[in-house]
Ligand binder design. Sequence first.
Ligand SMILES: [Ca+2]
Ligand SMILES: [Ca+2]
Ligand SMILES: [Ca+2]
Ligand SMILES: [Ca+2]
Length: 346
Amino acid sequence: MRVVLFFFCITASVAGYSQILEDSNRFFRWAETNYPQFFSPAGAKNVDYQGYLVRYYEDTNIYLATRDGVAYYSRPDQGGGIIYLGSIYFFISEDEEGSARPLSAFFGLDNNMPFAANALCFGASGEDGMPVVLSHTVNPDTLQAEDFRVVRQSGATSTPFCVTLRPANDIDENRTALLIGEFGNANNDPPVKVLIVGDLLSDANNSPQVNFRDTQVSVIPLNAGPEIILAATVPEDIWSLSGQGTSCPIGTKQVVRVTWTGGVRLPNGDELGEAQRPLYKVSLTAADGSQSEVSPAALAELGDNDNNHFLCLDTITPATSVAFPAGHLVDPNGDLNENSKVVVRR
Ligand SMILES: [Ca+2]
Ligand SMILES: [Ca+2]
Ligand SMILES: [Ca+2]
Ligand SMILES: [Ca+2]
């Protein structure tokens, strides 16, 4: 390995494979953006070595490499072995930078929106409900019902009767659009696809503004259970504010927001409680690359009837993935949740 590292240092030809190179560069950018504590300074030069495309990060003395679409790293201070990380596509599929798209459309209720939904949108009671989770938070002023078109199995289409970001409209939420209307029936011509056909813009708080127009997503059928579609760290200046849901306790050091495809409750209709807290498993990755798993010290963002939970952690070691086992929570249709495991976005 010493020889390999030596070659990494002195070889300086830039690889020229088009798609693999482009995808590898996306992977390197993803790593540099999301894990600057490991991969600094960003934008290190690509070096080609025996089929590996390598970047060396001199601040941290770490090599990151790809070969045939697979990612590896090496740390000379830990013996310098080449450590397998997995397919680069596993990582860059999480990279939404510049690519606005709906992540999920969940056929939550068929002709069964509750009376209370009239408070979200008058006339919603008895309609279909379909939360659509988006890759970016959106500018509410650009969200209109006409931006969406729901396509049924037969090809028939309909425009929602109304669209709202409520109830998932706390600061930094604003990415779950609840579509209400008649989208077909589960037992006879169910909805299969949601198209975004109008200008719907991200809010550009932390990234360049993007437009969701001309993107689409398949519909998760009525009888499927909910799953976690997104997990992301929440800045302290946001989680320390109070929102519509409960807050993390004093002493919390890191917060991960998990976003489900739709709202989840216990099978008896109650909100989650202490008994469900240990079901959440959070993987942590330390600066030396070592991994560990914890459950949150507390759950928060509860009691506000949306599809988000806060996992309040009592460690600053960065959370890198979140898992939740199948069979404990239900969606509004009473279907038990699916097994979930997602990478934490930074
Ligand atoms: Ca909320
Ligand atoms: Ca219906
Ligand atoms: Ca369902
Ligand atoms: Ca919530």
